[in-house]
Design a protein around this ligand. Structure first.
Ligand code: ATR
Length: 266
């Protein structure tokens, strides 16, 4: 019983992920494995919520007794309007991916999860870091890394968007004209270029760590290039696990079984 279900036909369950599209989501499999490993009877399902129907859908799920909701594209920004209380970081970046229904609380575990991933890789501030992309995923990550003291620079295909992102967060970060990663310790791809066949022409340096927020059946084109230049690579699965684990911990006050969750995605 993992769905995806149209929200009006949502089954009785405790947790869900909402998005549009949602059919591809691995969260039910991953969170289901975690709940089972914890010995909990709770159910976690995928629910399709079209744009414009978020408040009605959330009211409906609350009425059915859901306790926690993960939120994915394209609803991370619009859910804030439904929340009664929003964590200060989620408010600042304008996006939440985790909702607690009882008090309508919105939290952003994407950025927290990303820090966990960096920790696991042994990377810490003030690592010299190049962020590729200036969309919604870049925004939360850039804000969190800047707060943590990483030495950041941004590249975006459309430089004006990178300027807007930095200005709107009140950060004074450099924007680079080309994706030249030489001299950076860490390179993070937040663009959706990985999802298609297009490659960003990154100039790679030595001994780098490369992270792609996207993932596919094998390494993304970005990570293939990075690995060919000797970089240590990590794809978006580890972030999926980290943010999901942080969400479960927030809802249930338990320590999430990260290894079980990662194994469920393999
Ligand atoms: P998300 O919320 O996932 O970040 P988004 O807001 O649509 O999605 O942002 C997509 C990002 O991928 C942008 O930085 C976009 O660059 P532009 O601002 O120039 O559009 C980037 N992007 C998408 N396709 C790309 C490509 N083929 N090459 C380089 N950057 C690309």
């Amino acid at each position: 019983m993992v769905g995806p279900f149209p929200w009006r036909e949502a089954p009785a369950a405790e947790f869900a992920v909402i998005g549009d599209p949602i059919g591809h989501s691995l969260s039910p499999k991953m969170q289901g494995a975690a709940l089972q490993a914890l010995g909990l009877p709770h159910r976690y399902v995928a629910i399709h919520v079209p744009v414009g129907e978020v408040p009605d859908a959330l009211d409906h799920l609350a009425g059915l007794g859901y306790q926690g909701i993960n939120v994915t594209v394209p609803h991370k920004e619009t859910v804030l309007a439904w929340c009664r209380e929003v964590d200060p970081f989620a408010r600042r970046v304008g996006a939440a991916n985790t909702l607690r229904i009882s008090d309508r609380f919105g939290l952003n575990t994407d950025a927290l999860g990303f820090l966990d991933v960096l920790h696991g890789l042994g990377v810490s501030a003030p690592a010299k870091t190049l962020v590729l992309g200036a969309g919604g995923s870049s925004r939360a990550l850039t804000a969190m890394l800047a707060d943590e003291g990483y030495d950041l620079a941004l590249w975006n295909r459309t430089p004006e968007r990178a300027c807007e992102l930095i200005d709107s967060l009140g950060l004074g970060l450099p924007i680079v004209a080309t994706p030249d990663a030489r001299g950076f310790d860490l390179v993070i791809n937040t663009t959706s270029a990985s999802l298609g066949p297009e490659r960003i022409a990154v100039e790679w340096g030595r001994s780098q760590v490369a992270i792609d927020l996207a993932y596919g059946a094998g390494p993304t084109p970005f990570l293939q290039d990075a690995a060919a230049h000797g970089a240590r690579i990590e794809d978006g699965r580890s972030l999926l696990v980290a943010q999901g684990a942080r969400s479960l911990e927030f809802w249930l006050g338990v320590v999430a079984p990260r290894e079980v969750m990662a194994a469920a995605l393999a």
